[in-house]
Design a protein around this ligand. Sequence first.
Ligand code: 5GP
Ligand code: MG
Length: 190
Amino acid sequence: MPRPALAMLNDVDRILISHDRIAARVAEIGRALARDLDALSEHPDEIVLVPILTGAIVFVADLIRYLPHKLRIGLVSVSSYPGRSIASKGALIRGSLPDRLAGKHVLIIDDILDTGQTLALVRSIVIEHGPADVRTCVLLRKQRSGAAAIEPDYVGFDIPDRFVVGYGLDYNDYYRNLPDLVTLRAEAMR
Ligand code: 5GP
Ligand code: MG
């Protein structure tokens, strides 16, 4: 992988989780998930992954290649950290939700869990469509003082309560293409 441009590297405070560690953990989650999906159903076309845009795109792209099942992907777009915000402004669904979820095994996937509002919102809307079951998977979970609104079924890493970017996560839509998960210098977040 190429070295990130200095315009990004100069904004990095420190690397929290290297790409190598992320890749190893995604492989573990992918294999565990594949075993669980095997046990669920012999019928193809009953599994639907629902990744939450935009932060989950990199995670999901890596994760699905560990899943050999015949499955569909239905993207959902939620905005909670618009523009330059680094604290949740409340989760809001943008656009429409994936259809044909009735009777399916649904797995909702997000990049990071903080308050749990985003995942709880998407799960409640998915449940309205009458799926057979709903699971949730996040790459990262922030250690916070108050309990999150939801306990995910699959968690990649527990991380400190810091604002992080890279591996799909953004600040003001930048840094999603950084291979590592990093914190930013204060000067970069103005
Ligand atoms: P929650 O709804 O659980 O409070 O927040 C989850 C959503 O907020 C995630 O989908 C993600 O988009 C965003 N988010 C939470 N923490 C961070 C963070 O540290 N960095 C970035 N880039 N986004 C975050
Ligand atoms: Mg998000």
